[in-house]
Design a binder for this molecule. Structure first.
Ligand code: GRF
Length: 194
């Protein structure tokens, strides 16, 4: 699990989901770039080990690889930079990301946070939603695992739309994890899909 500087609401949702007996995974650790993020604070309050790794540090990829060694899935939520390709190679088909729009629309570099919802409204879309997808070396590409959509109301502000989409995100991420773990359990060991 990789957290972020952000609110950590998806992270909290996944920690909670993992505590349900019938859920097939659990959050083992939370990574974040700075110790003072709400995500880190929440993880600590919920009793989950945290690791702070700055993407600016020279040994970031090797440290990230070391910390993630042995985990089954890496779930990005509010991860603002490109996930290092060499670490991706060590976890083929096992790094997931959540995006607050219906990819492939409104994705790519610069499409994050409120920029996404502003662009969706500016384009006159009738619906939006969220996407959980496998991570590749290109921003917001990779096979889509789960998409949930919601209508856009004529009076929506970016903030109102963001709040509606975030509620969907909290449903979509646990669904995608279930799906991906189930797929992995049935894949050949040599599969390196992304
Ligand atoms: C979410 O909107 C997610 O789609 C995007 O970053 C945001 C993270 O929110 N990638 P939170 O920190 O999980 O509340």
């Amino acid at each position: 699990m990789v957290g972020s500087k952000g609110r950590g609401s998806n992270m909290r949702r996944l920690i909670e989901a993992g505590r349900a007996e019938e859920f097939p995974g659990r959050v083992e650790c939370v990574l974040a770039p700075t110790p003072d993020s709400p995500a880190v604070q929440s993880a600590r309050e919920m009793g989950i080990p945290t690791t702070i790794l700055s993407p600016k540090s020279a040994d970031y990829p090797s440290e990230l690889a070391r910390v993630l060694d042995g985990v089954d899935l890496v779930c990005l939520a509010g991860f603002m930079s490109l996930f290092p390709a060499e670490v991706l190679d060590q976890h083929p088909g096992r790094v997931l990301n959540i995006h607050p729009a219906l990819l492939p629309k409104f994705g790519g570099k610069g499409m994050y946070g409120m920029h996404v919802h502003q662009a969706v409204l500016a384009a006159g879309e009738r619906e939006s939603g969220c996407t959980v997808h496998l991570v590749t070396p290109i921003y917001d590409e990779g096979r889509i695992l789960v998409q949930l959509s919601c209508p856009i109301e004529p009076e929506d502000s970016p903030e109102a739309l963001a709040a509606r989409v975030l509620r969907l995100e909290h449903q979509a991420y646990p669904l995608a994890i279930r799906l991906r773990l189930d797929e992995l359990a049935h894949e050949q060991p040599s599969s390196d899909e992304a």
